[in-house]
Ligand binder design. Structure first.
Ligand SMILES: Cc1cc2nc3c(=O)[nH]c(=O)nc-3n(C[C@H](O)[C@H](O)[C@H](O)COP(=O)(O)OP(=O)(O)OC[C@H]3O[C@@H](n4cnc5c(N)ncnc54)[C@H](O)[C@@H]3O)c2cc1C
Length: 389
């Protein structure tokens, strides 16, 4: 396993539990990854069980949507979870080791080659630059959006978008179980959000299309609403444009990709934690079952559906968002709260049954051509992954 982060460590755990001899090689020296405040659906609990608990810092019961003076509130039947990424990765690492996986820090993947019936992997020890070789029947790349494993095995580079968030003091009128979302299409085809991580602090973020422009928009947004940034967190997220087959053969050996390395990201909201865990389940199934995986088939359907939604939303203008908020009648809001964005099919099917005019609005978005969903830039080198402003 190359990359000891969320998707990689979960894959390692699943395989080690089934008796596979797993070695995880991670380039950072100590298990102190960048802190990051993340929001995920309750689905994470179902996937990880007790391993998830230590990283949960808050629970969300409501979303408030704002656009151009209008607002809508959606109450969730199952709370979303605010998690701290560093603690999550540390807990996943402990679980992987408990299951029998060996974790080696300070090891940077360089390249891989076919070697008879297996694969020869070249690794650099980050401390002194010395090289070593590892031999494996299968290599899994869980090394993020700029995956070197993917390049070495012949997958094309991924397109990415910048995501930037500032840790801020929460406004006094804000409930700590509520997330605020603002749609401001003149700044970004995505959205701004404020997620409370404690009774006093939250992460105010934005997804954009170009790094400098996204930074400028976030700074303006902070200034306009009188927020002071305590710290910044940022990185580039892969954009899911089509399903990426997770396995390639190199000689007789198999190479797999998981998580951001395979763009397993919901492109409607650009969330990759839960879908990366589902990718991990799928890759583990594929390795253990000789290629077949039900989980990968359902994940593909889910990611394709988010792609359709993104294509529609990407062309939305202010008036479309206003119309969207106006159309959210009580039954439609109830359906939005019943299902999570990790069950987008079910959620939107129910919402559209209860407010059929939303289907027309969605179709209009798909047909508009003012801002087609295409062409953010390619993933830079991995060193750019966590660059902050
Ligand atoms: C600021 C920010 C906020 C986000 N918010 C959310 C959110 O709220 N909800 C959500 O669901 N998602 C969110 N995301 C996305 C989410 O963090 C990612 O989808 C997820 O972390 C991807 O996990 P991963 O394990 O696939 O890859 P990564 O976390 O990128 O891990 C890749 C690992 O591989 C290692 N590595 C890289 N190259 C090498 C090499 N050559 N050799 C050895 N090791 C290597 C890296 O050090 C790293 O540990 C956010 C992302 C950012 C940047």
């Amino acid at each position: 396993m190359i990359g000891g982060s969320a998707a990689g460590l979960f894959t390692a755990t699943l395989l080690a539990r089934r008796g596979v001899d797993v070695r995880v090689l991670e380039r950072i020296e100590t298990l102190e990854p960048e802190p990051r405040t993340l929001i995920v659906t309750n689905r994470m609990r179902g996937l990880l069980g007790r391993v998830a608990e230590g990283s949960i810092v808050n629970e969300i019961r409501r979303f408030e949507l704002f656009t151009d003076g209008r607002a809508a509130t959606i109450s969730l039947n199952h709370p979303d979870l605010i998690i701290e990424r560093r603690t999550l990765i540390q807990s996943l690492s402990e679980e992987a080791q408990r299951a029998g996986a060996k974790i080696e820090m300070g090891r940077r993947f360089h390249t891989l080659h076919a070697n008879g019936n297996s694969l020869r992997v070249e690794i650099e020890r980050c401390a002194d630059g010395s090289r070593e070789e590892v031999h494996a029947d299968a290599v899994v790349g869980g090394d993020g959006a700029a995956s070197h494993v993917a390049r070495a095995a012949g997958w094309a580079p991924l397109e990415t978008v910048p995501l930037l968030q500032a840790i801020v003091t929460l406004p006094k009128d804000m409930a700590t179980d509520t997330v605020r979302v603002w749609f401001v299409p003149q700044d970004t085809p995505y959205f701004y959000w404020l997620i409370p991580e404690s009774p006093t602090r939250g992460a105010l973020g934005v997804i954009g299309e170009s790094g400098p422009e996204t930074k400028r928009c976030l700074e303006q947004f902070l200034e306009k609403r009188k927020f002071d940034a305590i710290e910044f967190q940022g990185g580039r997220i892969p954009v899911y444009k089509r399903w990426i087959p997770v396995e390639r053969k190199v000689g007789s050996g198999s190479v797999y990709l998981v998580g951001d390395a395979a763009a397993q990201v919901k492109v409607s909201t650009v969330g990759g934690i839960v879908t990366g865990f589902r990718g991990a389940l799928g890759v583990a199934e594929a390795i253990l079952n000789g290629g077949a995986s039900r989980e990968l088939r359902t994940l593909r359907r889910e990611l394709d559906f988010h792609l359709l939604l993104r294509r529609s939303l990407h062309s939305f203008q202010q008036s479309d968002y206003s119309h969207l908020v106006d159309l959210l009648n009580d039954p439609a809001k109830k359906s939005l709260g019943e299902y999570s964005r990790d069950e987008a099919w079910k959620m939107l099917w129910r919402v559209c049954l209860r407010q059929p005019r939303l289907v027309l609005l969605g179709l209009r978005g798909l047909l508009m051509r003012n801002r087609p969903f295409a062409g953010p830039r390619l993933a830079p080198d991995a060193s750019d992954q966590t660059r902050t402003p």
